[in-house]
Design a protein around this ligand. Structure first.
Ligand SMILES: Cc1ncc(COP(=O)(O)O)c(C=O)c1O
Length: 440
């Protein structure tokens, strides 16, 4: 039968509009796919793929082998659904880990051993899946017709939040940060939450912040976090803390930061940046009522979360190996990469009006080209033609209403790629930016 797609008159519901081709996250993931094409020499500084860290890869291989060698373990993993809340063995191991880790920060409870219990944890199919549910639980239309949004206290924020809303209205409202130039090194600046301009009205359903922040590498300070947590508690809304790169694992944090949790915090973690993005496993630590909703969503959308990710890390959590690995291997690996990438920028962009956000964590550098004569989107297109993938900064401002020119002067550069790609890529970016300042 002829396959003439033009002759098919397919009508989609309004729901389909949520999955349109202009979504930033779709562009990003398509770019990742394009770069897999071996015919083009790509310098892959765009996506959020974690680095290949041989030590971690060897550990996961070993875990897999252990698992394959145990009678019936493999067959049981592939042959059974988990419960909709996720692997109870992993959840129990996480309860131990978190109670040891968070205890010194919660002193209002007498019985510390019951601080977090298994009813406070759910496994999901990746933290992107966790956010899709959580944001729609706390924003959108409420009984009586009232509408609420998620407040991002500081944009830039993670591109993947952008399009998860299932209602008609935008899901986010966000605030511009304060820009703090660093006096000891003029290459650097840091964003700070502008608490004076935060407007927490009753149209806010939750506050959300990524720590470290994707795309900037900012780590909001313990003080900023405690202020946000206080505001959330006082207003009776949850604080959603995106720890995809953060604490307690994978701990890609180079500044001082404490792991925190309380019953009003919804902590979203992921196995991806440990080096396991392919297994699609997320972890949510929250009040039992939130976990009940997530468990319901798991059952309805997926029946149950996948079992592969939990199987690969459960022993590492039980044996208390995961946290030291994050500190000694993962954090150090990215810290060295970050230092290298910054030194490449200093060399190749010497004399250009470039500033870099302080590299306090995550796997990206956020470059600001002041008064760039072209938009960051045009720069992205030009770099793509030259085989360099970066992400244009304007995607990272979900919920910002005003058109701030800073949004069009920044790009996100991942330093997770191998050093050869990093060196070639940064060299090409420097040349292209120099050309833009010179001839537009
Ligand atoms: C800040 C942040 N949050 C959440 C995610 C989603 O991660 P995953 O769905 O792989 O767990 C990412 C992915 O890159 C991220 O950068």
């Amino acid at each position: 039968m002829a396959n003439n797609s033009n002759s098919i008159n397919m009508q989609f519901s309004k729901f389909s509009n949520h999955f349109n081709a202009n979504s930033g996250i779709l562009q990003l993931m398509n770019d990742l796919g394009e770069a897999v094409n071996p015919d083009v020499e790509w310098q892959m500084l765009g996506g959020g793929n974690p680095a290949s860290i041989p030590h971690m890869e060897a550990i996961f291989r070993e875990e897999m082998m252990h698992f394959m060698n145990e009678p019936r373990e493999f067959e049981s993993m592939i042959g059974n659904y988990d419960s909709p809340q996720g692997s109870h063995r992993l959840i129990d191991a996480l309860v131990n880990l978190f109670n040891n880790m968070f205890e010194s920060h919660v002193d209002s409870r007498e019985n510390r051993s019951s601080l977090i219990n298994p009813g406070n944890i759910a496994i999901t199919n990746g933290s992107q899946a966790s956010f899709s549910i959580l944001f729609n639980l706390f924003a959108g239309e409420f009984p009586g017709g009232r509408k609420k949004k998620i407040l991002l206290p500081m944009a830039p924020e993670y591109i993947g939040y952008n399009d998860v809303g299932l209602g008609e209205d935008p899901l986010f409202i966000s605030n511009k940060p304060i820009i703090e130039h660093q006096t000891d090194d003029s290459l650097f600046y840091k964003y700070r939450v502008d608490f004076d301009s935060l407007n927490i009205s009753d149209s806010i359903g939750a506050i959300c912040v990524s720590r470290p922040t994707n795309p900037t590498g900012n780590v909001i300070t313990d003080n900023e976090l405690s202020k946000l947590s206080g505001i959330a508690q006082k207003t009776g809304i949850p604080l959603i803390l995106d720890g995809a790169y953060g604490l307690p694992f994978p701990n890609i944090i180079f500044s001082d930061a404490k792991p925190v949790w309380n019953e009003n915090t919804i902590l979203c973690l992921s196995l991806s940046k440990l080096g396991l993005p392919g297994v699609r496993t997320g972890i949510v630590v929250a009040h039992e009522k939130v976990i009940e909703k997530l468990t319901g969503a798991n059952a309805i959308y997926n029946l149950s979360p996948g079992r592969f990710g939990p199987a690969l890390v459960t022993r590492l959590v039980e044996n208390q190996e995961l946290i030291p690995l994050c500190k000694k291997v993962i954090k150090l690996y990215y810290k060295e990469k970050s230092i290298h990438a910054i030194s490449l920028i200093r060399q190749s962009m010497n004399g250009l009006p470039v500033q870099v956000h302080l590299s306090e964590g995550a796997i990206f550098l956020w470059l600001w080209f002041k008064d760039l004569p072209i938009s960051s989107e045009t720069l992205y297109q030009r770099l793509k033609k030259r085989g360099v993938m970066v992400i244009s900064g304007h995607h990272f401002f979900p919920g910002l209403i005003e058109d701030w020119k800073h949004m069009h002067q920044c790009i996100r550069v991942s330093y997770a790629a191998d050093n050869i790609q990093l060196e070639k890529g940064i060299e090409i970016i420097a040349k292209e930016v120099r050309r833009a300042y010179h001839s537009g």
